[in-house]
Design a protein around this ligand. Sequence first.
Ligand SMILES: [Mg+2]
Length: 300
Amino acid sequence: MALKSPGRPGRSHFLRKPLLPMSRQLASEPHHLRELPHARELLPALAADCRAGRLALFLDFDGTLAPIAAHPRLARLDAGLRRVLAELAARVPVAVVSGRAASDVRRLVGIDEIFVAGSHGFEIAGPGGLVHDEGAPFAAELDAAQAELERAVRGLPGVWVERKPYAIAVHFRDAPEAVAARIEEPVREVARSRPALLLRGGKKVFELRPAKDWDKGRAVLWLLDRVAPREARAVFLGDDVTDEDAFLRLRECGIGIVVGEEERPTFAGYRLRDTREVRAFLTALLEGCRERRPEAASGP
Ligand SMILES: [Mg+2]
């Protein structure tokens, strides 16, 4: 897919065409996850958008494309889903937006045509030499915080510190309850002493990252401006609290689909239950996109 010139000024997303029956998307209040309609309702409209090349897909990785693994190193993308993603990426822009390093996402996904926004959007890369780096000014501060965090959790069973290019994660999914309860205060202490960094919580993880008004949602809008046609509908699938930034930013120019079953507030407009439903949804979208429809016929 040909790139538009990177670096041109952003355009207003308010000018994009109105959405489907989507009063939900415009509400300023979050919704209850379990009350959202199932995303299968969107398939006919999204397949038509895909056939017309008016779609851009943004996908979280862990918990969305691949099941959450016991260790980030163990996550794998299903081979069948990789083929589906590759075929979709040949038709419309597809980006994987993740808290992982961009290089890690690239390795796990293994599709050259896909755009990658790693480190919660701080590193963006894609075909055609597309590169954008929002995190470089924070590297030294992250180095110092990494050393402090490693000291703070040293010796605690099931707790480990993972350095990403523009974030530091303290994982505790393998820690006993009593240990998990003891790590929050020292992590908060490190965060308090470094105002250039921001503490966020996720699923069994604390994460320090640059305190900059930049997140998965900003990365999605940045990509949308550069790699998708003006009239494209953006669809974001994600399962984690950090994906809410994208759901929020997309309320006026796209569709958020939250993956999960737990009852919590969300800015998404639709839901899927788990990674298996994500795979089925994307597979059905591709099948709908391949269908020849009368509207696609050309000439008499
Ligand atoms: Mg996730």
